[in-house]
Design a protein around this ligand. Sequence first.
Ligand code: GCU
Length: 340
Amino acid sequence: MLGKNKSYLLAGFLLGVLLSTGVFALCVRHFNSDPQNGGSGLVLKLGHSLDQQHPVHLALEHMAERLQQKSAGTVELQIFPNGQLGSETECIEQLQRGALAMTKTSTAPLESFLPEFSIFGVPYLFRDDEHAWRVYTGEIGKELLQKGSEVGLRGLCYLDAGARSFYTVNKPILKPDDLKGLKIRVQESQTAMELVEALGGSPTPMSFGELYTGLQQGMVDGAENNPPSFYSNRHFEVCKHLSLDEHARVPDILLISESVWKNLPPHVQQWVQEAADEAAEFQRELWEEKTAEVLEDVQKEGVTIDHPDKSLFAEQVKPMVDKLKGTPVGDLVNRIRELP
Ligand code: GCU
């Protein structure tokens, strides 16, 4: 006979095994295939909020192809775009519960789960694209990708999301003062709220999927995003002014549920990581070309593009950045600024 304590221990252990395999089965579907190379035949589901023509979605499709090739058809990446599986915050939560295998999200909503990620919302932090990429692929970027495991999320790679700028329904933003009295949609991020507030606007958090209707129905007067997202979600149909003030470079990130990751055989983990890295390379090359293309396209659709003096905006948000001194995010700001 087992003692009472030992029976509890055994029951707890069995429950743990059941839960972890159950969680795995929930979001990773095995399928019948003829596995070669020792692959086990499985489907990984990935949810994200962007449209199918967006360069980030194209990169995820590239990842699916690479994974299919590497695994000789035994691992399938099934992509659900356009917020079909929920908002970015909801997808992150599903990963934590193990109800969804993967998501591609902006790093902005991730800061509610891991405060260090607010670093990417710090305005005018990166000098240019090259500087930003040195951070994503360098020591700091890697440290942050690993942080995710503390909250059940494994970071695979960053994807370029360029620089974010304001766009409005009917008023050009040429200086911070022009934002006064305007309701501006922001991501679900405290840093994004602070930024818009510091510039004089009224920040209104809303999921990306709700934004088109929000703009159309006058719930907000404008928003801020990178040009490919402004274009692919057709916000240009409602907003006729785009001001390239480029206040923040907030990258996207590809996450996999830590519980799913742990249950993948090491060779599958390697395929997934390699395919993610290749998707990031692919997307980095595509980004600049697509951004230039959509800026042309939106002008043809009647959008006026302005190039305001960025130093006016940077000056106004300086107290927000200075306030970070002596905090862990402030230390990251210093490390990033010191990078060549
Ligand atoms: C960017 C980002 C998306 C995000 C969107 C937003 O476009 O790539 O992942 O959903 O910003 O503003 O919500």
